[in-house]
Design a protein around this ligand. Structure first.
Ligand code: AHR
Length: 495
């Protein structure tokens, strides 16, 4: 067993930019994400809000520089009829949210509410269109409603509802999980459905046209990606999605807070799987699109556990521990390192659902460890990728092995090099040597760690886990020596 962890900057003439859209988020009409999460209503006098959306959430997301927000689903998207969510709120029909708890959805948060929120957040909307139970006309109308500047039936309707200028929404999902909740389609059938829908979605008024993103594979369904890449003309296809959750076992996911090392190790195995999935889906995409014009869009990722005791099983409410910080740090490193093909990703989900960055309870709001990882990593957004050669020890558990360290690096517009590092080993610190490509004057850093991997921020102790200064990196002549503690995330700035 050696302590031989090394990082070298790989020589490369390539200047791949890490798209900021890798740091995207996802807000579905699910449980307490929108209602009693983001949206508390315009009439709420106890929780400060802007057009009904909590100000504390707005400020927290602004601090992350969130680049895009996916909405309204998820599975919900393929049941959603957007015209139910426009016009005077008192006239909007109530529907049943059949995927998530069979609760009544009063449609009080609709297209204007979402797109105005995106403007407040200075983030790009990513709308998932209803392909499963909608129609081609309905989706074409939605595009016209939000994007068309001139006179048309839909832009007139938008003006009637109080919005003069179009929002110019670029990112559109053409269905969601078409192989499952989006219609249980076979890929051969979905490609024809996709071709038809995409044909009628007009890009008029949007610079460069729309980015139409096909509902992608679940995990290792390579046949799905192959069929899409082969059979959809690439002028209709700007992105192909991929969904992968770090779930131990769909039948028994385990508690989000009470877990032992065997469960932790399995979660890390599932999380590392993302590397293999991206490599293999990319290989298929490279075969049909060697110039890499079609993006891989990982528009759902994150940890998924049993719901917190006493909460609605259909609401997917879970706590967020240092285990989730490991998932976040590792996955974001993987996406960064594949930035040539992965141009967008969306953590599931933003508030009160799955691996949330924010949890709320009445007036209170907390930031989870995952939030802090996103905040520490925001320096990579739109920075130039620095490919790394990484040698890492293994994290061993009962005769099984995983790479202990994951890392990625980039250079920002000011010329500062950042390296993000995750050590998933529960027991050992890792001593890492970074060999230098040029002379640096200083190294500084921040770290996210806690005493126990099961630790989390609670409403009683909201700041138990937050980033602190990192003193474990020393600049020497022959490189930087770093000691990364067990289950911690470190981000370094080299100047
Ligand atoms: O994120 C929760 C659900 O997971 C989404 O609605 C669906 O797309 C996926 O199965």
């Amino acid at each position: 067993y050696s302590q031989q962890n090394t990082i070298a900057f790989a020589k490369s003439n390539d200047t791949t930019v890490i798209s900021k859209h890798i740091y995207g988020h996802f807000a579905e009409h699910l449980g307490r994400c929108i209602y009693d999460g983001f949206y508390v209503g315009e009439d709420n006098t106890t929780i400060p809000n802007t057009n009904g959306v909590r100000n504390d959430i707005i400020n927290a997301l602004k601090a992350l520089n969130i680049p895009n927000l996916r909405w309204p689903g998820g599975c919900f998207a393929d049941t959603y009829h957007w015209k139910d969510g426009i016009g005077p709120k008192e006239n909007r029909p109530a529907i049943v949210n059949t995927w998530w708890g069979n609760v009544t959805e009063d449609n009080s948060f609709g297209t204007h509410d979402f797109l105005n929120l995106c403007e407040v957040l200075n983030t790009e909307p990513y709308i998932s269109g209803n392909v499963g139970s909608g129609s081609v006309q309905e989706l074409a109308d939605w595009v016209q409603y939000v994007n068309f500047e001139g006179k048309s039936p839909m832009s007139d309707l938008r003006r009637q509802n109080g919005r003069e200028k179009p929002w110019k929404v670029k990112f559109w999902g053409v269905g969601n999980e078409a192989w499952g909740c989006g219609g249980n389609m076979r890929p051969e059938y979905y490609v024809d459905v996709y071709r038809k829908y995409a044909t009628f979605m007009s890009g008029v008024g949007v610079e460069g046209g729309l980015d139409k993103i096909a509902s992608g594979a679940s995990d290792a369904d390579y046949r799905w990606t192959e069929t899409l890449m082969r059979d959809i003309p690439h002028n209709l296809l700007q992105g192909v999605a991929l969904h992968h959750y770090s779930v131990i076992d769909w039948g028994s996911k385990g508690s989000s807070t009470e877990f032992k090392e065997d469960q932790y190790f399995k979660t890390m195995q599932r999380s590392w799987k993302m590397e293999e999935l991206i490599q293999k889906h990319t290989e298929i995409m490279d075969k049909y699109d060697p110039e890499r014009k079609v993006d891989l869009v990982v528009d759902e990722w994150g940890g998924w556990y049993d719901v917190m005791q006493g909460t609605n099983p259909g609401f997917l409410y879970q706590q967020n521990t240092m285990r989730d910080a490991m998932i976040a740090g590792m996955n974001l490193n993987i996406f960064n390192n594949h930035a040539q093909r992965v141009k967008m990703a969306n953590l599931a989900q933003t508030v009160n659902v799955l691996q949330a960055v924010i949890l709320t309870e009445g007036k209170k709001m907390i930031l989870t460890p995952t939030y802090h990882v996103m905040e520490m990593y925001k320096i990579h957004q739109d920075a130039v990728l620095v490919p790394l050669q990484l040698k890492t020890d293994n994290y061993e558990y009962k005769g099984e092995y995983l790479p202990a360290i994951s890392a990625s690096a980039s250079i920002d517009k000011e010329g500062v090099t950042h390296i993000s590092l995750v050590n998933i080993d529960l027991h050992d610190s890792k001593n890492i040597t970074v060999s230098l490509d040029k002379v640096y004057k200083s190294v500084s850093g921040r770290i996210l760690k806690s005493a126990k991997v099961q630790d989390y921020n609670s409403f009683g102790d909201p700041e138990k886990i937050k980033p602190t200064d990192f003193k474990g990196a020393v600049l020497k002549k022959d490189g930087i020596k770093i000691e990364v503690p067990p289950f911690s995330v470190v981000v370094l700035a080299l100047k």
